[in-house]
Design a protein around this ligand. Structure first.
Ligand SMILES: [Zn+2]
Length: 404
């Protein structure tokens, strides 16, 4: 009977078969990437390489052109990493971004990205307290890669041809946005020709209310003008303005590019071994992909978007800093406080005895709950001032005196 109906209504049947096939691809992509076989896709390990191979094969299948190094889909990067920030020396590791391109012979390029690495067996970044175990990271971020591949497939046949499209699967995100930072410092296309960047990180848990979050909505005036025009699937959005957040869009925003982060929200399984495929809303991933496709298509005729620094940034990051501690914050950290990724030589923090991996929780009288508090705290001092900092070092709280 179904077949007869299909003959009668062949157009709509072809349409729904295509939709169904795309949904099937999303399902397969996410289930494979989040399988135990890939051992949690830790950057620099076997599982990450297998994931990279899989994504490369899918890029080829979709018909993307290689846009990594030497006419390949890969951009490798070496880095020094230790799971225990207090170990004396880190391990030398190698990660890789996977990069594919749709060349529409256009002036500008839209970058669409999702990180594919996760936290392996939980030696770092895990919220699970008992022992090493595979963290599959189905929502974080096999779901984003599923959406990335879906969008690549759709944009291949879209009429929106006024931009080129660069598709990037980043690695090293969980260790501190390493892959995306590396890319913006070593881009394989002209960064000044990047129109805007869309990042999908954790898009696998669309709920019944169909609401999701878009961070970075203040990075261009075009975003908030365009969002209300999108009707796709009856999805509801909430937005935040700041371009700085714990994922790869931050690397692009800091290069003065409009950048958005798509996110279906945090949950109990976040960074736990229970973040598995069976909890992913595959149809929801497709729906968010469709919403993004509509956004891209509406923006197609509008040329290069204007960039705006976000409010949070201007107000709280303060152009008016008179002092600095001499540390690199870990932007990807989302616990309470501000994680110090690296302490710079001969700067106040080092002289005060701050170490890599410390989590700053207090500057003077101000409690530091996140990176913005830290910035606000800093803006209160001028050169020559002294104050007390409190950091968490492992389980201990350590107080140090710092002079700016
Ligand atoms: Zn993530």
């Amino acid at each position: 009977m179904k077949r007869i109906l299909c003959l009668l209504f062949s157009f709509s049947c072809i349409y729904s078969f295509a939709q169904e096939k795309d949904l099937q691809n999303i399902r397969v992509d996410i289930i494979y990437l989040a399988s135990d076989y890939l051992e949690g896709r830790e950057t620099g390990k076997k599982g990450e390489e297998l994931a990279a191979q899989y994504i490369t094969t899918r890029f080829k299948e979709i018909g993307l052109k290689p846009k990594g190094l030497d006419n390949t889909y890969h951009q490798v990067f070496d880095f020094n990493y230790t799971a225990n920030p207090h170990a004396t020396s880190g391990e030398e590791k190698r990660g890789r971004n996977i990069i594919g391109f749709i060349d529409n012979q256009a002036e500008n390029t839209v970058v669409i990205g999702a990180h594919f690495d996760h936290i392996g067996r939980g030696a770092f970044g895990s919220r699970y307290l008992e022992g090493p175990i595979i963290h599959n990271g189905a929502d974080d971020n096999a779901s984003g890669v599923g959406a990335l591949l879906y969008l690549a497939q759709q944009l291949k046949s879209s009429d929106a041809k006024n931009n080129n499209y660069l598709f990037m699967a980043f690695s090293g995100e969980e260790m501190g946005l390493i892959g995306s930072k590396y890319f913006v410092k070593n881009p394989t296309i002209d960064l000044s020709k990047v129109n805007y960047m869309l990042n999908m990180d954790m898009v696998g848990r669309l709920g019944e209310d169909k609401s999701f979050v878009i961070n970075g909505a203040g990075t261009s005036p075009s975003w908030k003008e365009t969002f209300p025009k999108i009707k796709s699937g009856g999805l509801k959005i909430t937005t935040t303005d700041s371009g700085v957040g714990p994922s790869d869009h931050t690397s692009f925003y800091l290069e003065d590019l409009p950048a958005l982060h798509f996110f279906t929200g945090s949950h109990e399984d976040y960074h736990k071994p229970s973040d598995d495929s069976e909890k992913v809303n595959f149809k929801g991933v497709q729906e968010i992909g469709d919403w993004m496709l509509e956004l891209i298509e509406i923006l197609d005729g509008q040329g290069k978007l204007a960039f705006t620094k976000t409010k949070d940034d201007n107000q709280r990051r303060g152009a008016s800093f008179k002092v600095s501690l001499g540390i690199m914050p870990a932007y990807s950290y989302d616990g309470v406080g501000m994680l110090v990724e690296a302490v710079l030589d001969d700067k106040p923090a080092q002289k005060a005895g701050i170490e890599d991996g410390d989590v700053l929780i207090k500057i003077g009288d101000l409690d530091v709950k996140d990176i913005y508090d830290y910035m606000e705290g800093l803006s209160k001092f001028k050169k020559g001032d002294s104050t007390t900092l409190v950091v968490k070092r492992g389980e201990k709280e350590v107080k140090v005196e710092v002079t700016f």
